[in-house]
Write a protein that binds this ligand. Structure first.
Ligand code: HEM
Length: 540
């Protein structure tokens, strides 16, 4: 008897199972592994005849290519090389399809959206960072929740928050001015992504929740740092272990519950578990802050007269969804309210921070565009230090710069759906559970829509769009359909205000002229070096 067989016989004896049953289990497990990694993707899958890149590596598929290159770059290459439907095999033999034609995307995201939900692992990635709310629900629950939240994102409701937004922007201007004054060189270098994360969180906390998060003045224990830590775990090379972790059933629910926090001493004994420690600690911190925000608002509600009219700001809508008898249709649990706060905190700041980071990076690189923008915003800001919604929207170059930056660097470079049943898309049979990659960044830079200079920063293109421009499918940064971004108007409004004031008051330069910011693949797209920029005061 070989050593292995002796070992199996001993195990079988110990747990009083016939050893040939154990052997059968082992053989079956080995078969399952081979089936998933080799037999299925190479010989059995009905999708195996579709065009696409070679499998590359049986264990990881094309995943290393996706991580090594710029976000969206491999998918753009594959679509160009193999045509409008591409099959890509990812980790552990899991296949995904990429569609580029408008009719295919229309079916997946708009007309048949209920048949193409967000896949579980993706919902859990969102759920861990941004709570189990609007970003993770689907079907009827989604419809009711979205309807209840919509009014908080209507223009009048957002306009009523503009002063609060400017209070924060002015605070950042003061801080930057004093930091620059303290530098003998007359300029201060900032990691722009970190600065923008703090700024957007401070704006969101006050405008959406009436809560002062004070990230710029309280370094160390800040909300911004908790987000930076957890978001860092799901980008670049960390993303593979992050996805692997969240794919284990129950892990994300456990990690985002208060319980995981109690296990942190255990997580610290092993280097492989350190990430779990970071997640448990940061999600716990985020939940505590969300709960604090909620308790403050509930206390306010209790002292308000019962016949007071319903408020339309986001936080009031969330609280009303639990307590008010006047709230229609959608009712939330207490934990549901915490999850909503986490959703809007997560989805509402990181995306805008990413977009502002890329915009300032582009303006630092393209100084002529920065000067042109300064010329446009300076006269308005000199006349009205806090320009209103309409005057900002009417600045054509500001609008063009923001759109061009969102086009080239969409904060979410892609999203994922899965086929909820056997179906057909663009003439191709799509079996139930097949993953579908929605190529946001590829569409935004697709030569057939934008022409040969599609990958260049040229804000002027927004003055006269090419005839091939498709108003829905050429610019996909906020997605389309029932799951399209609910915060689009809020985001645009905030970006216009922040950029108008910052560009009127400060000049942004690359620290090193050869600096190249490479977008890291991840849920939201960040520059690999977090982008240090030198900030000086505008003197003219
Ligand atoms: C530049 C800024 C932003 C960009 C580019 C952006 C982009 C997107 C995209 C692409 C989606 C679809 C995700 C998917 O279905 O997989 C989405 C959904 C969503 N966004 Fe945004 N977003 C931005 C800002 C905001 C803001 C400010 C908020 C709220 C405060 C927000 C809240 C949400 C929510 C709740 C959803 C889920 C909508 C649903 O499923 O009904 N986003 N966003």
């Amino acid at each position: 008897m070989t050593l292995g067989a002796t070992f199996l016989a001993t195990v079988a004896e110990q747990i009083s199972l016939p050893w040939n049953l154990i052997l059968a289990l082992i053989v079956y497990s080995v078969y399952r592994v081979f089936h998933q990694l080799v037999f299925w993707p190479y010989f059995l899958s009905p999708l195996r005849f579709l065009p696409g890149p070679p499998l590359r590596n049986p264990l990881l598929g094309q995943f290393p290519t996706i991580l090594e290159e710029e976000a969206g770059a491999p998918q753009r290459r594959w679509l160009k090389e193999y045509g409008p439907v591409v099959r890509v095999v990812g980790p552990v033999g899991i296949e995904r399809l990429i569609f580029i034609k408008p009719e295919a995307l229309q079916k997946i995201l708009v007309s048949d959206w209920l048949d193409f939900p967000r896949p579980d692992f993706y919902r859990h990635v969102f759920g861990l960072v941004a709570g189990y709310g609007l970003l993770t629900v689907t079907g009827n629950e989604h419809k009711m929740m979205r309807k209840a939240m919509n009014s908080a994102f209507a223009i009048p409701s957002l306009m009523s928050q503009m002063d609060n937004c400017y209070d924060i922007i002015d605070e950042y201007v003061d801080v930057l001015n004093s930091q620059i004054d303290a530098e003998p060189s007359g300029g201060k270098t900032h990691i722009i992504h970190s600065l923008m994360t703090k700024l957007t969180l401070d704006v969101l906390c006050i405008t959406a929740f009436g809560y002062r998060s004070n990230n710029i003045r309280q370094p160390g224990a800040s909300l911004a740092e908790a987000y930076e830590e957890i978001l860092d775990l799901q980008s670049g090379t960390n993303i593979s272990s992050f996805y692997l972790g969240v794919s284990i059933p129950g892990v994300t629910k456990f990690m985002s519950s208060g319980w995981a926090h109690l296990f942190t001493p255990l997580f610290r004994v092993n280097a492989a578990l350190r990430r779990a420690d970071v997640i448990a600690q940061t999600t716990n911190r985020l939940r505590a802050i969300a709960k604090q925000i909620l308790d403050e608002r509930i206390a306010e509600l209790k002292v308000a007269p019962s016949d007071a009219p319903l408020k339309k700001d986001l936080m009031s809508i969330i609280v009303q969804s639990r307590f008010s008898e006047k709230a229609e249709g959608y009712h939330s649990s207490v934990d549901g309210m915490v999850q909503h706060i986490l959703t809007f905190l997560g989805a509402g700041h990181d995306t805008i921070a990413s977009s502002l980071t890329w915009t300032l990076s582009l303006l630092a690189k393209h100084k002529a565009a920065q000067d042109k923008l300064r010329e446009e915003v300076t006269s308005l800001v000199a006349e009205t230090p806090r320009p209103d919604y309409r005057s900002l929207k009417e600045l054509p170059f500001l609008e063009a710069v923001i759109m061009e930056s969102l086009r080239l660097y969409p904060p979410l470079p892609m999203t994922i759906r899965k086929a909820g049943k056997d179906t057909e898309v663009d003439g191709v049979f799509v079996p139930k559970d097949t993953l579908i990659y929605v190529p946001i960044r590829v569409l935004n830079t697709w030569h057939e829509y934008w022409g040969d200079d599609a990958e260049e920063f040229r804000p002027e293109r927004w003055k006269s769009l090419p005839e091939t421009y498709n108003p829905v499918y050429s610019m996909f940064s906020f997605l389309v359909g029932p799951h399209a971004c609910i915060g689009k108007t809020m985001a645009m409004m905030e970006m216009r205000a922040v950029l108008a004031i910052l560009i009127a008051k400060f000049e942004f330069d690359l620290v090193d002229p050869s600096q190249v910011a490479i977008p890291r693949a991840g849920i939201t797209m960040k520059p690999t070096d977090s982008l240090p920029l030198r900030i000086t005061k505008v003197t003219k």
